[in-house]
Write a protein that binds this ligand. Sequence first.
Ligand SMILES: [Zn+2]
Length: 566
Amino acid sequence: MLRAKHALAGFTLACGLVAAMPQAHGYAIEVHKDFFDLAFGGTPSTQTVTPPTAASLVEFRKFVYGQAFTNADFRRRWPSEASFDAAAFKTFLQLNPGKTVVAIDVVPAGRATDVRTVVREGSVDPDNDYRNQDRLFTVGGQVQLDAFGRAVPQDPRTTWFGGLTGTPSQFDGHGATLRTGKKGSGIWTALRNPSQFARPPVSLGSAPDFSETYTNLAMIAKLWGGQGSEWFALTFGGNNLHGIEDLGNQIHTTVLGTPKFFIDAKWTYYKIRMKRFFKKTNDPSSAGFTAPASLTPAQVNEAMVKIKAGQEDQVDKQVLFALGKEPKSYPTDTDLGIQIIGNHHRLLEDFVQSLYLSSRDAIAAGRPQDARDEIKELIRIARAGDATFEAECRAALASAGLGTKGKGETPYSRVIAELMITKSAPEAQPIYEAIRKVSKKSLKRDEIYNEELGHKPLDFMQTDKTSNKHVRKIWDLNGKAFARVVTAIRLWDETFKAETAGVTPGSPAALARANSIVDRLVTRQLTRLDAEEQRRTDYLAEKQKEWDALQKPKLGLIDRITGWFR
Ligand SMILES: [Zn+2]
């Protein structure tokens, strides 16, 4: 009985770790941009493109609508051209309609128009404009609240792999777990096969789907040939690269990382509980953290800006409650697990970025003697690419129909992205264990590492002799990841060019090909939107059931016994 109870407690923790990716940015902004240079030589591009005007943003959307409208299911959702405004376009693409998204709402003023800049910036727009964050279910301008008064996610999937708001809420769009193999949501999978752990036990994360969507938009824009067409194609192409690059990063393809974090969290949890055994817990509801009567997307946006600026205390308490951010009297084992994984996630990414950038800058400034040897080696390995991975990608693309199907019909971005996951996921546990070996002990307990709090990664690492082995492992696995990413984006670029070749943009043949890509995009997005709605219906029903169960007076013996086994 004791053992069973213990395992169940562990099960709760493992499940909770699904929401374990605070501040997950994938590769840091500058590293994302550098992949373009690592793949294509890094010489400043002298070729420029014309950016779209505000009117062209509308024209491009109308072009998509003109073909999408021929689909009856699409027409039911958006019956007129006027109904398909910028917010609707974002809803269709499963982006947050309340965020200002590059190439849909705006063309950033002051962005240089050379090809290199347009692609590099496009590759970081999905991080910078928050398009995948805070997607909440909104009806008639009101964020919908569940029976408990908590904000309802637009797609509960974002909470399975990430979180409801903030940076964790973009993790679904910027990561993905293995598409193959048997998933498990129990303690045994968590401990013995963490790369297959998921709850619910399905493939998590949508990064490959977003990359495919952006690739479709890039091809459509290129073939459409209207004003700003090249800029659109390069920007959407860059958006697509973002997802492929994030999936190269091993820790974006796993929920748990390593079971060692799980044990760290358990150990810390019991230690804290022992220490605070006699302390009273306080009830946040008595301090005003209660369900709000209503909530608007503007209130959520305002709250998230303040929270990110460290001013959570200035946010309305009811808004905090609706977002699940009321103060907790002491952390649960799940909270601790999330925090410990988050610590190591951020530490690893910041460590890699800071060392990479300082050496890269030294080389660029003509001082290669000041660059670290391991970074020179990383750059060499990245530029060389990964020939084995390339061959595997080409084989996968051929079997997906590339070269035999009509141009524009093969989902090549998704194929490349999913193959990337199969390489990255098995490396997640070793790289997490390597960073765990060199992190300060306190980060495996209840201390927080976060660069946003002014922390420097090296201050949170142990740098004794034995740590060298683990640091070498980190660079070795980063070299593998960088080489894969460079190979993938070269291959994507080659395929994109081939799939849009042979026709003059704007010609009838080009428009026919563009329209067939719109058809494919519409079919896929409608399926995804239907699935999202179904998940939301299930989610709301589940919350209602939980709420109803709490309202029932629990007097009977049966009720009490059932309670034990929940
Ligand atoms: Zn990202």
